[in-house]
Design a protein around this ligand. Structure first.
Ligand code: PZK
Length: 292
């Protein structure tokens, strides 16, 4: 699909195009990554489902943003984009957004211990400067959600956890405190909504920018690509939790004999279908809407 706009950024599974001086188009593909690499087999509808979910979250989170004097970047999605010259094949997987001055920090909130957070905790009892109680294990619920910011890594690199002081260095004390408060408030609201849907929102990453001095929530929000979603029913601290969306893919890759270094194999049709179903199920459980 050729897009009639200039490509300004490209992630593993998404692209950003310049529509005009003030607006960008975020396009979510059907590509899926696992173990840090993009797989050769797309998951049909993934881009549309994650875009619809993100749009729904922006609506849910608007009151939280307003309470903090902040906004979000979403302007339009879906068929409303046809008038902007967005090709019909892309409209459903795209968000037209305000172009912001992005802040150079990833705003991570964690309500559960997992992944790199567990690794750091096991070495130091903390995630950088955030001290945690003794006795936590992979998957433990934290006593309170914590703000564990990270740097924005270049493509192919991993984000690196930073302390609050480094956020202050990057954006100033007042803005750093606003980012922490807003990140935690958004996480709490998101986790509460997810809990009602039987989904654990273990952690998530927000990206913020500014427009005319106002803090603006950007990027995609609270999707399985920016967050860890776990089925609440199987939550059991002490071992890695099954991923809501990618577990079939990981399990199949593990049994496929793939070495995690070579070009990854194509996914079998059944794994693709089951994974597509997981994205649709996440959308339906969270939003209470039917996908179809
Ligand atoms: C922006 N990214 C990261 C996201 C990618 C890369 N509203 C905005 N204004 C200005 N810049 C950005 C945004 C947003 N969102 C975010 N890059 C630019 C990113 C998605 C896919 F390849």
């Amino acid at each position: 699909m050729t897009v009639p706009f200039e490509l300004v950024a490209r992630g593993k599974v998404r692209e950003v195009y310049a529509v005009d001086a003030d607006r960008l188009l975020l396009v979510a593909s059907d590509r899926i990554s696992a173990y840090d690499v993009v797989l050769p087999t797309p998951v049909p509808d993934k881009g549309r489902v994650l875009t619809a979910l993100s749009v729904w979250w922006f609506e849910q989170l608007a009151p939280v943003l307003a309470a903090h004097g902040a906004e979000h970047h979403l302007l339009a999605t879906g068929d409303a984009l046809l008038a902007e010259g967005v090709p019909a094949e892309l409209a459903g997987r795209s968000m037209l957004v305000r172009r912001l001055e992005m802040l150079p920090v990833e705003c991570v909130a964690r309500g559960y211990l997992s992944g790199s957070g567990t690794v750091e905790y096991q070495h130091t009892g903390a995630i950088v400067d955030v001290e945690l109680p003794a006795g936590l294990v992979e998957g433990s619920k934290l006593p309170e959600p914590v703000f564990t910011p990270s740097t924005k890594a270049e493509v192919g690199e991993h984000d690196e956890a930073i302390g609050f002081a480094q956020v202050v260095d990057a954006v100033g004390t007042e803005r750093a405190e606003a980012l922490r408060a807003l990140t935690l408030a958004l996480y709490r609201r998101g986790a509460g909504i997810a809990e009602e849907a039987g989904i654990v929102l273990a952690d998530t990453k927000f990206e913020f920018g500014t427009a005319h001095g106002t803090l603006v929530l950007g990027d995609e929000v609270l999707t399985p690509d920016s967050s860890r979603f776990w089925p609440a029913i199987t939550w059991s601290p002490g071992a890695p939790q099954p991923s809501f969306d990618k577990q079939y893919v990981r399990d199949w890759l593990t049994t496929s004999g793939w070495d995690r270094v070579s070009t990854p194999p194509e996914l079998p049709e059944a794994v693709v279908a089951a994974t597509r179903e997981r994205y649709v199920t996440a959308y339906e459980k969270l939003t209470g809407r039917s996908w179809s």
